[in-house]
Write a protein that binds this ligand. Structure first.
Ligand SMILES: Nc1ncnc2c1ncn2[C@@H]1O[C@H](COP(=O)(O)OP(=O)(O)OP(=O)(O)O)[C@@H](O)[C@H]1O
Length: 262
């Protein structure tokens, strides 16, 4: 079933066209890769889906509803969560606290009840910690729960961002370069983890990633952007051998083809 649809999406910043006429869909349960060279418009697409930017043209539909124009808060409430290319954790809070904040966004008590420390709130807080621990555990971070986010190695901070996004109980998860800065072994291990989490939480996932091994390992479908436009769309094998993609995304020549295959 079609779960996410981008229809002729466009975004301009003054004279700069970041996205132009981009259309694609993600089916329920798919992992869709969004790739392209630097400045191709990938993060802008994420910012449009999550309501950070309003489209200049076109529409976005999610689970059959038009969501373009909704606020970021509304979009989270509808079931879309994301991670960021530049990690955005609360650096001086612990890993557990970072996830608890996200669990709390969906807490069922008011600020007044929280200030009065009513039994309902205390019960709920214990539950929040339990749930947050579950998400940390899913990302292999349970033993890091009490450590400050800023003290974690870069790769673990990226995993913590994923745990925090999961705590928002999304149906659609957007991952912006989750393997950035990782070596090939780490990125392959992360890809396995993303697949496990995707299956366990019944997600549909949209993935921006420059590590082609991760993209090829994970994605059911790949959408290639170039200069703000959709250049190609298809399964990994088709994309790897598409001459336009090789030329635009990786540059022409044998070396580029090797990189695409890896
Ligand atoms: N807020 C903004 N104001 C002006 N221009 C912007 C803004 N956001 C993005 N752009 C421009 O839009 C284009 C697409 O940027 P975007 O960040 O979406 O690309 P990207 O494919 O995510 O690149 P990268 O792989 O480097 O992250 C770029 O030319 C960028 O400079």
């Amino acid at each position: 079933m079609e779960f996410l649809r981008l229809d002729q999406l466009g975004k301009q910043f003054g004279g700069i066209t970041a996205c132009n006429n981009i259309s694609f869909t993600a089916e329920t349960g798919q992992i869709v890769g969004l790739i392209g060279p630097n400045g191709a418009g990938k993060t802008t697409v994420f910012n449009l889906i999550t309501g950070v930017y309003k489209p200049s043209s076109g529409t976005i539909s999610f689970a059959g509803q038009v969501i373009s124009g909704c606020s970021p808060d509304d979009i989270v409430a509808k079931g879309i969560a994301r991670t960021f290319q530049n990690i955005r954790l609360f650096r001086s809070l612990s890993a557990l606290e970072n996830v608890c904040i996200a669990v709390d966004r969906v807490a069922e008590y008011s600020l007044v009840q929280a200030l009065l420390r009513l039994p309902k709130v205390l019960r709920s807080e214990a539950q929040t910690r339990r749930q947050a621990m579950e998400y940390l555990d899913a990302l292999g971070l349970a033993d890091k729960a009490e450590l400050k986010a800023e003290s974690l190695p870069y790769g673990l901070q990226r995993k913590l961002e994923i745990a925090r996004a999961l705590a928002l109980k999304p149906q659609l998860l957007l991952l912006d370069e989750p393997a950035a800065g990782m070596n090939p072994e780490e990125s392959v291990e992360l890809a396995k983890l993303i697949r496990t989490v995707h299956d366990r939480y019944n997600l549909t996932t949209l993935l921006i990633e420059h590590h082609m091994d991760v993209v090829m390992q994970l994605c059911d479908k790949i959408v290639v952007l170039n200069f703000g436009q959709k250049l190609a769309e298809g399964a990994g094998g088709e994309i790897q051998t598409n001459p336009e993609v090789l030329k635009a995304y990786l540059g022409s020549g044998e070396r580029s083809k090797r990189r695409a295959r890896n």
